[in-house]
Design a protein around this ligand. Structure first.
Ligand code: DQA
Length: 143
C-alpha cells in the first residue's frame, strides 16, 4: 500500500535549521528513515518536499483522486494555509498531520493549526519518530 508523505516549506533544509528543535538528520536522512520505517510496515512511503503551496495542493489533489492515504508535515503552512486545508478536506482516506517539534511548546503563532480540524489525528514533538508513529497509526487505520 502506497502512502504519500508530504513535507512543507524549509523542511528540505533541515540541516540548516535549529538542531535543538529539528535534530541532526538532513532531509535526505529523514526521507530514508521514513522509507525504511514504511517498508518495515509493508507501506511504500513516497516522501516529497516542497516550498510551494501550489505543489503541495497538487499532490493532495493527486492523493484525493487516487485514494492514497497521506501523512503531512505542512511546516509553516500549518498555521495559515486554508488552501491546503481545503485540498486535504477532499480526501476520503486517512490524513495524519505530523510535526518534528512540538509547536505547542513554541511561539504563540505556532499554536494554531488550520489542518488539525480535518486530520484523522496529529502527532508532534517526537522528532523523526513522529513520522514512524504516524505510519504505525496509519497501518492500524488501513486494516
Ligand atoms: C514544523 C513546525 C512548524 O511550526 C514550523 O513552521 C516548521 C516545522 C515541525 O515539523 O515541527 O517548519 O512543522
Amino acid at each position: 500500500m502506497k502512502v504519500l508523505v508530504l513535507n512543507g516549506p524549509n523542511l528540505g533544509r533541515l540541516d540548516l535549521r535549529d538542531s535543538s528543535l529539528y535534530g541532526d538528520l538532513d532531509f535526505a536522512g529523514l526521507k530514508k528513515f521514513i522509507e525504511d520505517q514504511g517498508s518495515s510496515l509493508d507501506l511504500e512511503a513516497d516522501v516529497r518536499q516542497s516550498d510551494s503551496e501550489v505543489e503541495i495542493i497538487t499532490w493532495l489533489h493527486e492523493a484525493a483522486e487516487g485514494k492514497i492515504p497521506v501523512i503531512i508535515n505542512p511546516a509553516a503552512f500549518t498555521h495559515y494555509s486554508y488552501a491546503i486545508r481545503d485540498a486535504a478536506e477532499m480526501l476520503t482516506v486517512p490524513l495524519i498531520e505530523v510535526h518534528i517539534s512540538n509547536p505547542l511548546r513554541r511561539e504563540e503563532f505556532r499554536h494554531t493549526s488550520v489542518i488539525s480540524g480535518i486530520a484523522s489525528g496529529t502527532i508532534a514533538g517526537f522528532g523523526p519518530d513522529s513520522y514512524r508513529l504516524a505510519l504505525i497509526a496509519l497501518k492500524g487505520m488501513l486494516k
